[in-house]
Design a protein around this ligand. Structure first.
Ligand SMILES: C[S@@+](CC[C@H](N)C(=O)[O-])C[C@H]1O[C@@H](n2cnc3c(N)ncnc32)[C@H](O)[C@@H]1O
Length: 483
């Protein structure tokens, strides 16, 4: 019996196999993650009884179509992290700027077409459906609304079609909205029929697929969302996709991307529209950008019902974490300070010192470059997804960028990975305090206080910039904690 190799990286055909996979999926994330790719491939090798890359390549090359080997491999390679109302500022932008502008523009046709490219299990298209049907119900009466979600992973698409979600997908959705829009069933939530109306899902590979993604239906879209997808692609791949998106957008159409995917070099063809806490793009038009009236000071946090995250269940409840020293928390980054095209960092051009990325991340935050800090934290996490320090630094920068729901999630991951990360508990408490969630804030301050008890008073805290146990205890006291 032949044993599977422990790693495929020394197989002479591995480079060829890797190139082929990247060329058909766009996932150049694996360019420098050979061992990671090797481990994922080995799972398929084991199932198929294949022991070398050459044979697998032959198998892969001959497998096109639904359910073929490429599909099964894609299920191993893709990351489908998603949740309802992710990046709440972008939903604010949809609510206050984009949808109202489109309702005005499309008044005659009464049609609205939206494409979520890389939609994973469907939280994103359904969130938009909920937003439109709950908040624009009267204005959109009689309109034809078409929301299409596409993805390269067919099993994600089946789940999206089923419309069943767990608590994790609804962690940024209020209890009230959950009850109104879903049927509770044992441990899952099934989206109500009215929010499925007009929403459809389709297989589409952004690298090899046609643009627009289907022959029938709208040939141009009013909004294209492609969030947290191109972060895995190379600069060249993104440069090839963007003109296609541009072509698929109708006049004055809008494009929403993930925060860390903004690279000004690549997006020059679009008008960049700053919005508090988010960056949105609009198809370039002849007349100067919008006489749009921006909300002078939009209430950034809990606008929608999505703001309130559910309490952790006891099983999930990690021990608390600690805060970063107040000095590392810059006074409110101006989500309100509109980003300009020239000031945006380019994650691709960012040079990360592999020896000191944590220090670099903190330094960037210290000089107020939170987007740069976020890019470094994201880079760290692309290398090691289970690194609590990277999640923690990411969470701190997200707080500064006023992306509170994402920050909450990042703190939660930190604590999940390291229950004793005191400063994560502490900062989670500060975040809840800031967002008016007093009970939760109290709980996390108490967690931090409890964890402090077992530590030497002069010891320094992880990711605390020299902050000691005793200093944190003082800080906790000032917030009314028992420490
Ligand atoms: C992290 S999820 C993002 C989901 C959602 N857009 C969000 O932001 O919540 C990334 C998705 O991109 C999909 N994806 C990756 N490569 C793709 C490709 N070449 N074509 C289409 N989708 C792709 C993955 O299958 C995955 O579902």
């Amino acid at each position: 019996m032949i044993n599977l190799p422990k790693s495929l990286t020394s197989d002479p055909d591995f480079p060829r196999l890797k190139s082929y996979i990247i060329s058909v999926t766009g996932l150049s994330y694996f360019q420098a993650k050979e061992e990671d790719l090797s481990q994922r491939l080995l799972k398929r090798f084991e199932i198929l009884g294949i022991y070398d890359c050459g044979n697998y390549l032959t198998r892969l090359g001959g497998s096109s179509g639904a359910g073929g080997e490429l599909d099964l491999l894609v299920s191993e390679l893709t990351i489908g992290e998603t949740y309802f109302f992710r990046h709440s500022e972008q939903f604010d932008a949809l609510r206050t700027v984009i949808i109202p502008a489109l309702i005005k523009k499309n008044e005659a046709t009464k049609r609205l077409s939206i494409w979520c490219a890389g939609c994973s299990t469907g939280a994103e298209p359904y969130s938009i459906s909920i937003l439109l049907r709950r908040e624009f119900k009267h204005l959109l009466r009689g309109w034809m609304i078409d929301i299409i979600g596409t993805d390269i992973n067919r099993s994600f698409l089946s789940r999206a079609t089923e419309g069943r979600f767990d608590d994790w997908h609804l962690r940024a959705t209020s209890e009230e909205l959950k009850v109104l829009c879903f049927q509770r069933n044992e441990r899952s939530w099934l989206i109500n029929a009215e929010y499925r109306e007009g929403v459809s899902f389709l297989y589409h590979n952004l690298i090899t697929g046609q643009y627009p993604p289907r022959y029938e239906g709208p040939m141009v879209y009013d909004i294209i969302l492609c969030r947290n997808v191109m972060i895995y692609f190379s600069h060249e791949t993104i440069a090839a996709i963007l003109p296609q998106f541009d072509r698929c957008l109708g006049d004055e159409g809008w494009m929403l991307l993930g925060y860390s995917e903004i690279n000004t070099d690549l997006y020059r063809a679009f008008d960049l529209v700053p919005y508090p806490g988010a960056i949105i793009f609009q198809k370039r038009k002849k007349k100067p950008l919008a006489e749009l009236s921006w909300p002078a000071n939009p209430d950034k946090f809990p606008t929608l019902s999505q703001a309130q995250a559910p309490a952790l269940s006891p099983a999930q409840t990690p021990a608390p974490a600690l805060p970063a020293p107040p000095s590392s928390i810059r006074p409110a980054l101006a989500a309100a300070a509109p980003a300009s095209a020239t000031s945006l960092p380019s994650i691709r051009n960012f040079t990360v010192d592999s020896e000191t990325p944590y220090r670099q991340c903190r330094s960037l935050a210290d000089i107020g470059d939170f987007k740069g800090a976020l890019a470094v934290a994201n880079e760290l996490l692309m290398k090691e997804q289970l690194d609590p320090r990277a999640h923690f630094l990411r969470a701190l920068t997200l707080v500064q960028l006023e992306q509170f729901a994402d920050a909450e999630e990042a703190f939660r991951k930190t604590i999940y990975l390291d229950r004793k990360f005191i400063l994560a508990h502490y900062h989670m408490a500060l975040l809840y305090r800031k967002t008016g969630q007093a009970e939760k804030s109290k709980r996390y301050f108490a967690n931090a206080g409890d964890l402090l008890q077992s530590l030497d008073r002069n010891s320094e805290l992880l990711e605390g910039n020299g902050m000691t146990v005793v200093q944190l205890a003082h800080s906790l006291k000032s917030y009314g904690g028992a420490a």
